[in-house]
Ligand binder design. Structure first.
Ligand code: DX5
Ligand code: ZN
Length: 230
């Protein structure tokens, strides 16, 4: 059975206080991953941060702590094969590249694994789900974007849910991540469609009470997983 995973996107944090901001959401107890949105200003029309910031953040969340936090690196970059070594060195755990950013997904996946990272492939809203099928057996996770990548705080696209449903129907044990516009008003359709890894930036980092949000997101996904397993 897949597990419910909440992966808050630090893009919605106050970068000048990144460490404290992340600790505040991790302290909810519902957060096992942090979602790190790396943007190169080329694959997407925005620039965020890169390996040096990830390396600093890793010092705040050491791997040998009681509760190691998974660094879920979402690479919105052209030439995804170029950054694998750097991300591994900086302390990334999982490397999500975009199908649209490469002509040779299989070799990107092989290189990610060679560097000891978990391999994930993401698709933009305009990309059909069937492009991922030939690669799923070699992937640890598939990311279905629910907004156009590049910016936080956008509106969730419910019309992406048939892609999640189709993927879940074929792969009951796969980690399926959704990213963009997830919060208390949009979690139900995502959970019902079969997503189990929930990226949430604005809804978690900007919340007055992050625990209220993370708990609701996690419980909704958990209930949905349990209901399907009956
Ligand atoms: C968008 C990023 C998302 C974004 C999500 O390009 O990939 O991870 O930070 O932010 P919210 O949850 O605010 O839509
Ligand atoms: Zn993301």
């Amino acid at each position: 059975m897949v597990q419910p995973i909440i992966s808050p996107s630090i893009l919605a944090s106050d970068f000048a206080n990144l460490g404290c901001q992340c600790k505040r959401v991790v302290e909810t107890g519902d957060v096992d991953w942090l979602h790190l949105d790396v943007m190169d200003g080329h694959f997407v029309p925005n620039i965020s941060f890169g390996p040096p910031v990830i390396e600093s953040l890793r010092k705040q969340f050491p791997r040998d702590s009681d509760k190691p936090i998974v660094f879920d690196c979402h690479m919105m970059v052209s030439d995804p094969e170029e950054w694998i070594a750097e991300i591994a060195k900086a302390g990334g755990d999982s490397y999500t590249f975009h199908y649209e950013a490469t002509k040779d997904p299989a070799s990107v996946i092989a290189k990610i694994k060679k560097y000891g990272l978990k391999a994930a492939m993401g698709i933009k809203p305009g990309t059909p789900i069937d492009v991922v099928y030939p690669f799923v057996e070699d992937l640890d996770m598939v990311l279905v974007m629910t907004v156009e990548p590049g910016f936080g705080g956008q509106k969730f696209m419910p019309e992406m849910m048939p892609k999640v449903e189709a993927l879940r129907a074929k792969y009951p044990h796969l980690d399926i991540e959704v990213d963009g516009g997830l919060g208390k008003d949009t979690i139900q359709p995502a959970a019902d469609a079969g997503a189990n890894v929930i990226v949430a930036g604005t809804s978690v980092f900007k919340a007055e009470n992050p625990k209220e949000v993370t708990q609701l997101l996690k419980n909704t996904v958990e209930q949905s997983i349990l209901a399907k397993s009956k």
